[in-house]
Design a protein around this ligand. Sequence first.
Ligand SMILES: [Zn+2]
Length: 488
Amino acid sequence: MWKTDDGRSFELYEASRHDDLFMVAALDCDYLVAKPELGFDGEIVFSNDEKWILAPLSHANADRLRSLYPFTAPSRVLERDKTMGVGDRLGIATDGHLMVFRDYPQVTPILAQQSIRELNLTNRTFHDVIDCATFGVFRNNYTTGWGADGDHVKTADEVEYALSSGCTMITLDCSEQIDNTIDGLSSAQVSEGYEAFKAQNKDYAAVLEGIYLGKTFDVGEGHCIHFDEDMFKRCTLIYCKAIAHAIGIYENHIVSGGQSKGQRADFEISIDETMTPTHPAQHFFVANELSRAKVHIATVAPRFCGEFQKGIDYIGDLGQFEQEMKVHAAIARHFGYKLSIHSGSDKFSIFPYAGRETKGRFHLKTAGTNWLEAMKLVAMKDSSLYREVHRFSLGAFSEATKYYHVTTDLSKIPDIDTLDDAQLVSLFSMNDARQLIHITYGLILNAKDSSGASLFRDRLYRLWRTYREDYARLLHEHIGNHLKAILV
Ligand SMILES: [Zn+2]
């Protein structure tokens, strides 16, 4: 307990205790308590006649904290062997996450990780996302480093927004430059398309033909990548725009000009948001073209075979996954980067293969499962609020499927009126119910009543605040299970 002389008392976070600075909890929110000379903004208070500043967790105070304690700022950690992104959409998960990463000190967290879509759906900014992690890191005295990912950013403006907000990693989503129509074409149609490309890009096409056409590349470990004419032409047509986009972003935004000439952030290329799995030759082609252009990438996210749907286990052939993982991992090692596994929430059945084939050098991304654990907590602690949200999400489901691909069958979700309160939590072990709650998160958080007040958001945040230690325990176990499975 920490008390002010005017009679207020706060719970003290022991791990944050420094002589001149520490963090305390009030009922609704946390504060920093700082000696005045440290320069935090806030209310002047006295405790045992000593003067202190009771500083709210604002962006300015986060900046001040980062300058005083550099471990509370994100840094470039993606090239460490084992990294895991734990998207915390709500800004309340860091305590639970850090319990996990203390158990697994060989894994470094990317605590802040949001896409522009997630920022929009949650009404947050990159500043807010990073600040929440900064305060959580200080509260828990987690000093060994963490990263911040501008996830699935697509344009130069989005990259600059992420970097200027402090992201230490950029995941460039090239999906808008990938031509998804090529896979369905016949060889004759591909040849026709390639001739059109060649007519416009004569010199580039000649260079590419010299490098790839009819050639075989040994990537080691017994894996050879061969480009017959059809494969070469398909690769060119599907990926040439995406490769040019990635090179442009790298040269103009990731590598700073002027004197320092360093990279401003770790760079991940994501080619996973496509209609069909990434063929190993396609993966090689993209990697080799980026390597020729001297683009330094830390991680690449191919689209693996099978389905990586939100919030549920892998759907697909595990044997095939294992075989493809071997080749993708060998290609990544050949070029010296790590594979990045996206939509990694709850993909327990593939983790042992991913861990083994990457030889323990991986980046794993999760996000939605942290939200699901938060909603599970609601089902455990406030059944009437959960029932309201559940009914709302059934009505909002079809709207949400515009943003997410799922195969949810709503008819398989039990009617909640037939469940008693203690049974509500069982919904979170049913795939269809998980996906219902998973993909409607933005609509739930943004729902308003007729007067414009939030329908659920404020009540949900109050519950999560009250039961924050329970939430941390849920995450400790559930996210911990992800690492237990992949660390083979
Ligand atoms: Zn992705």
